[in-house]
Design a protein around this ligand. Structure first.
Ligand code: CTP
Length: 404
């Protein structure tokens, strides 16, 4: 359980803060809601108190004996301000402490996420843009507002991003550590492949593998949280798109190859987390394969080789691009997991190889993982066992250290 401070600014979107609060409490977090006095003109304190189970105050004159304006900020694991209005961003950027929320922002040691919502003109005004730049320079994450219908009949940038997306981002920050909110991949374009390819045998059957796509999803989610522009080429996975990530669904290795090669030329990093089938049926039956009356008569499936997408990426990579491969290995008589992985890294020629020990099939579909990241220069970085988000954060840390 983490302690989240939910700051609520005085805008119409304050009603969505109640949904965000609900998402936080349902995820098991202890939430202290700190609205501005203006926010309470939109949503009553009773709503926030009932949903959070904690008292709600807006000024520094309540519970003075507890020194709330210092304690709430100091003890938080994460502060999320939603909606962050133009006025609130201005006061935060100026370092004001004229209500409990701004005082809390000055005393928080933890990551702070501002989720702006305001009219398009207010968002685009140079004063607001300067304030956003100041807050980002100081290390806060200021999300871009969503584009869409605003309070009145007009639309444009300024909508509050969906509460479920903000909750997912907060979850990443809490599970993968505060580093993920540093926006250190801002301005970078990354392509991640995830899941497992499916090679059809006939209209209903395919040859597949056990990859769940969860580690690739985590890599995309964490890269987007760190500010990267992310394309996720998803093979046979039907998970919801992570916040801020463009998903390109594919099925076969050939489709994955086409999508990854189309997206990768201007990417800074390409991560091949997908389990790509090395073989596919030589032909796909146009109609469903039927059993014969004679049980000894079974279909023969002839396989042909699929292209090696990683090898092709390495061969075509533009200067400065980092190519990261994945290897799911088991030890055997010819060598242990790392020996096989080192040979694979040399064979594939990629810059980094993330190695999973899959002896016993343990990692497939699980929420946790562990890995070793091998680099072409011979270094090996151990990624301790943790959530797939935490493993993703550690992989990006290794990648970041090598980006030009
Ligand atoms: N890969 C790929 N194209 C393929 C097979 C694999 O791009 N046809 C990529 C995977 O996405 C992964 C890396 O290559 O990043 C290693 O995958 P793996 O299946 O372990 O490699 P293989 O070369 O198939 O090695 P093995 O002989 O162990 O099967």
């Amino acid at each position: 359980m983490s302690r989240i401070v939910l700051g609520v600014g005085g805008g119409v979107a304050a009603y969505k803060a109640a949904l965000l609060l609900r998402a936080f409490t349902e995820a098991g977090h202890d939430v202290r809601v700190v609205p501005t006095p203006a926010a309470l003109r939109f949503v009553g304190a009773a709503t926030f108190e009932a949903l959070s189970g904690n008292p709600v105050t807006t000024d520094v004159w309540s519970d003075v004996d507890e020194v709330a304006h210092v304690r709430i900020g100091q003890t938080a694991d994460l502060v999320v301000v939603a909606p962050a209005t133009a006025d609130l961003l201005a006061r935060a950027a100026a370092g004001r402490a004229d209500d409990l929320l701004t005082a809390t922002l000055l005393t928080a040691h933890c990551p702070v996420v501002f989720v702006p919502a305001m009219h398009t003109e207010m968002w685009l005004h140079p004063a607001t843009q300067d304030n956003v730049a100041t807050l980002r320079r100081r290390g806060s994450l200021v999300l871009p507002p969503a584009v869409g219908r605003l309070t009145g009949p007009d639309s444009g940038p300024g909508r509050l991003p969906e509460p479920a997306d903000v909750a997912a981002l907060a979850h990443v920050a809490l599970t993968a550590g505060p580093d993920v909110l540093r926006a250190d991949l801002a301005g970078r374009r990354v392509v991640v492949s995830a899941g497992g390819t499916r090679e059809p045998l006939d209209p209903v059957r395919y040859l597949g593998n056990r990859s769940s796509g969860k580690q690739g999803w985590a890599l995309a989610r964490v890269a987007a949280a760190r500010g990267a522009e992310v394309v996720l080429v998803a093979a046979g996975v039907d998970l919801p798109a992570p916040f801020g990530v463009r998903v390109v669904p594919v099925g076969t290795a050939e489709e994955l190859r086409t999508a990854v090669l189309a997206e990768s030329p201007d990417a800074d990093v390409v991560v091949m987390a997908a389990a790509v089938a090395d073989f596919r049926p030589a032909s796909v039956a146009a109609t469903k394969l039927k059993k014969k009356d004679d049980p000894r008569e079974v279909p023969e499936v002839r396989l042909v080789r699929n292209p090696d997408v990683l090898a092709e990426l390495v061969a075509k990579r533009p200067p400065g691009q980092l190519v990261v491969g994945f290897a799911a290995e088991t030890g055997d008589d010819d060598g242990d997991v790392l020996a096989h992985a080192r040979a694979k890294l040399a064979r594939k020629g990629c810059d980094l190889l993330v190695v999973n020990d899959v002896s016993g099939g343990g990692v497939f579909g699980r929420p946790d993982n562990a890995a070793v990241v091998l680099a072409a220069d011979g270094t090996a970085t151990e990624v301790p066992h943790g959530s797939k988000d935490a493993v993703a954060a550690a992989v990006w840390q290794t990648v970041l250290a090598r980006l030009p």
